[in-house]
Design a protein around this ligand. Structure first.
Ligand code: NDP
Length: 482
């Protein structure tokens, strides 16, 4: 086989097949390989005329069809299959060649794989890809890690297929080894909180105000013309307008209320715990999905018939529109908090792993192609660009003012929801985070006292340097310098 393909894709299921077609649509000559050849044949039969494909029946043929430095993008099942494919490719490739894992890998795996492949003289690039199958085909947001050298080769290829936002390709070199997959992971975490916030808003309008799904769909459509303009708000309106073909009921009413998850939200929270960065919005969103799927526990709780309000918010007809507007503001404020927390997590990880991550560029590449694409990411990238958001996105004047303006509405929504029994875990925890952040003094002082009491963990004093311990077991409880 002659080497003619400037890039290759291994794994031609939903994601890999779409990515290969996208590459071919943009002038690349694409080598394609799949474990079972039937999938390769199907791709060529159905889409072979869309561009230049070089189908390979064996991995050896696949590698031989690539021009040097060879670039192979792996899009196979995450975990063990990905490890095996990386090894098989590395055995056939030469120093200087590039292996890209564009699947959803946990970033410590990417760090491990990069180290092992680097030792063999090859480049390994963990690349987050967002946008699902449609994004892979029409233009995803791409978050590659790996070396600067590999980026030189990958840049024109990735820029050709990435989504475009205001003319700019939604791809940038994020940083070394696992940085790309880390940022993709946090993207997914933010997606969890975005979705949960929208779901909480829906719940407040549905059982809280008694609106029908289609009416709520209209509200989301209107919100999409405000600062909340985003892909997730747009598709929410569509889902809520959908009528079930079988029963004639709103589709949302016949869907089982258990939210699934594949693990990236959980990873985001686990990593945040390791870094000691509060990501309360993302954490509560993951837990809310968990609770929704605890069927037996929920059924049992309903059966026990706990006394309490039923979730009707008791808002007078005349005040309904004003309350809907309060929900919109609460959603916006909570969303800003979730993004601020997500970016804090990236900052902490960059410090820990010595990644040089440009947060403004991250916000820019999330403006198109990915699931959390939203108009306000322009504001976020401006805030990082100017340095105003370096410590927290909440400190940038635009967002500080936005939160201050939304604050009264946000409190009304959380208070009313708590009083009348609508769960709002992300609205409420985001507000608590905000209040904790702006408090001059926190009750953590008492916790330090307790810790010193039972474990001699010591404490600091506000009026003197040093470390202190109170002799709690003695009668006069004297303080000593520890
Ligand atoms: P799947 O995750 O369903 O994986 C199927 C592909 O993996 C097939 O090509 C299959 O080959 C191949 N495969 C499975 N096991 C092996 C093995 N042991 N050796 C070689 N090949 C194997 O495909 P998707 O397209 O959904 O996803 C691909 C990757 O992209 C995954 O890592 C996923 O996490 C990630 N991703 C998916 C997104 C999505 O929306 N679906 C979004 C972003 C990332 P065969 O045909 O022979 O069975």
């Amino acid at each position: 086989m002659t080497a003619e393909a400037n890039v290759g894709v291994v794994g031609l299921a939903a994601m890999g097949g779409s990515l290969a077609r996208n590459l071919a649509h943009h002038g690349n000559t694409v080598a394609v390989y799949n474990r079972s050849y039937g999938r390769t044949e199907k791709l060529i039969a159905e889409h072979g005329s869309e561009g230049e494909f070089r189908p390979a029946e064996t991995l050896e043929e696949f590698v031989a069809s690539l021009t040097k430095p060879r670039t192979a993008i792996i899009m196979v099942k995450a975990g063990e299959p990905t490890d095996r494919m990386i090894d098989a490719l590395a055995d056939l490739m030469e120093p200087g060649d590039i292996i890209v894992d564009a699947g959803n890998a946990y970033f410590p795996d990417t760090i491990r794989r990069e180290k092992a492949i680097r030792a063999r003289g090859l480049h390994f690039v963990g690349c987050g890809v967002s946008g699902g199958e449609e994004g892979a085909l029409r233009g995803p947001s791409m978050m590659p890690g790996g070396t600067e050298e590999s980026w030189t080769t990958l840049k024109p290829i990735f820029e050709s297929i990435a989504a475009k936002a205001e003319g700019e390709p939604c791809v940038t070199h994020i940083g070394a080894d696992g940085a790309g997959h880390f940022v993709k992971m946090v993207h997914n975490g933010i997606e969890y909180s975005d979705m949960q916030l929208i779901a909480e808003s829906y719940d407040l309008m549905r059982r809280g105000l008694g609106l029908e799904p289609a009416e709520i769909g209209d509200v989301f459509e209107q919100w999409n013309a405000t600062e909340l303009d985003s892909y997730l708000i747009e598709i929410t309106a569509e889902v809520l307008h959908q009528v079930d073909k079988k029963t004639g009921k709103p589709l949302v009413d016949v869907i089982v209320d258990h939210a699934g998850m594949k693990g990236t939200g959980t990873w985001t929270v686990q990593s945040a715990l390791d870094l000691a960065v509060p990501v309360t919005g993302i954490g509560e969103a993951v837990f809310a999905r968990g609770l929704s799927s605890q069927t037996e526990l929920r059924d049992e709780a309903v059966k026990r018939g706990f006394a309490g309000p039923d979730g009707s918010l008791n808002v007078a007809e005349a005040d309904r529109q004003a309350f809907i507007d309060d929900i919109r503001q609460a959603l916006y404020a909570s969303k800003i908090v979730a993004y601020a927390q997500g970016f804090n997590e990236i900052t902490a990880a960059a410090k820990e792993h010595d990644w040089d991550i440009d947060l403004a560029a991250v916000a820019r590449i999330w403006r198109g192609g990915c699931i959390i694409r939203a108009k306000f990411l322009n504001r976020i990238s401006d805030a990082f660009e100017s340095g105003e958001a370096n410590v927290s996105l909440l400190f940038a004047p635009y967002f500080k003012e936005a939160i201050e303006n939304a604050q009264a509405a946000w409190r009304r929504v959380v208070a009313r929801a708590a009083e009348y029994g609508v769960p709002t875990p992300v609205f409420a925890s985001s507000l608590s985070y905000f209040d904790g952040l702006r408090s001059k003094r926190l009750p953590a002082a008492l916790i330090q006292g307790q810790r010193d009491f039972f474990g001699a963990h010591t404490y600091g004093r506000i009026d003197a340097p040093g470390v202190f311990h109170t002799l709690w077991a003695t009668e006069d409880r004297e303080e000593i310098e520890a």
